[in-house]
Design a protein around this ligand. Structure first.
Ligand code: ADP
Length: 520
């Protein structure tokens, strides 16, 4: 068998990518699906559409490569995290739309739990903060609001799953109700230290145990596909939430290795090995992956605006026509001309946590031109990532050895060089930027012996470019001091009682302090 098929079930689209044994992409298929907004702050997906688009893209990817399912050694799954689905075990019918990770309807439940003093308990056991993002309160909401659901859940008639579980259930014709440890670690119900659903947390959140899936390793044969789309049965061999899959796809498999995804926002995850590090800097502690019954932990921090600042330069300021042009402008000048750009358009995420911060450009003089602004915008992305990495190092005591980059803005050489300079750490860009799907493929391929070992994968992991630090420590310090001053200027710009509009803006963008904690 020559291929592994990765199913990449994202927030706005389902994708399927076929990889060969050397980790090269053979074909890609993608389908968007509907975003449903029944009320302000509510976001839903139709679970049947998640399934139909996902299985549709799987067939399409095979078709495009002219490959039959009998050539596929295993299927791997990576998914939008935390999104919650409950269905009937008998009929397979969902009892409600999926409640998506972005959905804020359970903020009130979280506030009440905090008022009752449960914050520390949840952080201690799950590594998470009490926030509507995570699955636990969404399950509670469904059981409390769908007619008869609680009773049926107690009777064992219903099944809960994150999107991975829902896909496995459907792929296996309803024979397997299972998830992996990375997805379980985003539910507020899973004790990440003990590796099991936690009765005390289930009790607090009113979630009956019969609802829950079995939790397995991230690389394991969960079952065989039983769907017409494949024609033959294929083992399902890997599952990981999207950010964790990217960590594995980047082969960040030892402590101190981390990856940052420079997309619309930026998502930093660092491997802390077999130790779950409790954050004192508002980062999340989470399961990075679980292999051979061994759990590997990670710290996670998210930044709201990264590549989006480049979109802003293009669409609002209109000083560039397309994203790559930002680098051309920035290269026309040697430095930022004294200008710092804090892109706190929707507040600041980790580690500053200020929902009332707003975008700020400081240090302007007569000589600052659009080239400097382009440069300051690129540098602003890198400073934010450096601030998160500092927080991670402070929490874990582990010095970052190198940073692996992916996401759309990782195409920008100037950004990655500057990142390396200010961190004094090498930054690596891999050949394949589809690291999320690749991670799912690796996990699946390892489970069935398509790849023998992690070292075989590491050998084929190809570097596109390595950026090494070349800036003097004095210069780094001057720049980072300037950035810190700029962040201070951006902070606490809006206040909740300043004006109604400030509150609305924060709400609409889902940018409360807590919402930002969990990139998906
Ligand atoms: P997402 O998955 O979050 O939608 P992507 O990983 O596709 O995002 O990355 C898209 C983002 O990357 C956009 O915000 C875009 O402005 C930015 N981007 C793309 N190319 C470049 C570039 N050469 N330099 C800087 N930013 C870029």
């Amino acid at each position: 068998m020559r291929f592994v098929l990765a199913l990449d079930q994202g927030t706005t689209s389902s994708r399927a990518i076929l990889f060969d044994k050397s980790g090269q992409i053979q074909s890609v298929a993608q389908k968007e699906f509907e975003q449903i907004y029944p009320n302000p702050g509510w976001v839903e997906h139709n679970p049947d559409e998640i399934w139909s688009t996902q299985i549709g893209t799987a067939s399409e990817a095979l078709g495009r490569a002219g490959v039959s399912a009998s050539d596929v050694a295993a299927v791997g799954i990576t998914n939008q995290r935390e999104t919650t689905i409950i269905w009937d075990r008998e009929t397979g019918e969902p009892i409600h739309n999926a409640i998506v990770w972005q959905d804020r309807r359970t903020s009130g439940i979280c506030d009440r739990l905090k008022d009752q003093g449960h914050l520390d308990l949840f952080q201690e056991k799950t590594g998470l903060i009490l926030d509507a993002y995570f699955s636990g309160t969404k399950i509670k909401w469904l059981l409390d609001n769908v007619d008869g659901a609680r009773k049926r859940a107690e009777n064992g008639e219903l099944a809960f799953g994150t999107v991975d579980s829902w896909l496995v259930w459907n792929l296996t014709g309803g024979s397997r109700h299972v998830t992996d440890a990375t997805n379980a670690s985003r539910t507020l119900l899973y004790n990440i230290h003990e590796g099991e659903w936690d009765d005390e947390l289930l009790d607090i959140l009113d979630v009956p145990r019969p609802l829950l899936p079995e939790v397995e390793d991230s690389s394991a044969v969960y079952g065989e596909t039983k769907v017409d789309a494949f024609g033959t049965s294929v083992p399902i061999g890997g599952i990981a939430g999207d950010q964790q899959a990217a960590l594995f796809g980047q082969m960040c498999t030892s402590p101190g290795l981390g990856k940052n995804t420079y997309g619309t926002g930026a998502f930093m995850v660092q491997n802390t090995g077999q130790e779950a590090v409790t954050s004192e800097n508002n980062l999340l502690t989470t399961i990075g992956y679980q292999l051979d019954d061994t759990t590997y932990y990670a710290l996670e921090g998210s930044i709201f605006v990264a590549g989006a600042v480049v979109q802003w330069l293009r669409d609002e300021l209109q000083i560039i026509r397309d994203a790559p042009e930002v680098e051309k402008l920035a290269r026309k000048v040697d430095d930022n001309g004294g200008a710092y750009f804090v892109p706190a358009f929707t507040g600041l995420g980790a580690p500053h946590w200020d929902q009332y911060a707003r975008g700020t450009i400081v240090g302007l003089t007569r000589g600052v031109n659009r080239n400097h602004l382009a440069r300051a915008a690129i540098e602003g992305m890198a400073y934010q990532v450096a601030d998160v990495i500092d927080a991670m190092e402070a929490d874990s005591g582990i010095k970052t050895r190198e940073l692996r980059a992916d996401g759309g803005a990782a195409a920008n050489d100037l950004l990655l060089q500057f990142q390396s300079d200010i961190l004094d750490v090498p930054v690596i860009r891999p050949e394949t930027l589809e690291t999320t799907a690749l991670g799912a493929a690796y996990l699946a391929g390892l489970a069935v012996g398509f790849w023998e070992s992690q070292s075989e994968i590491k050998d084929q992991w190809e570097l596109d470019k390595r950026f090494t630090p070349s800036m003097s420590p004095d210069r780094v310090e001057t720049l980072r001091t300037g950035w810190s001053k700029a962040v201070e200027r951006a902070r606490a710009w809006e206040f909740p009682d300043d004006s109604e509009s400030s509150q609305t803006t924060a709400g609409e963008n889902g940018t409360t302090e807590e919402t930002a904690a969990s990139p998906s």
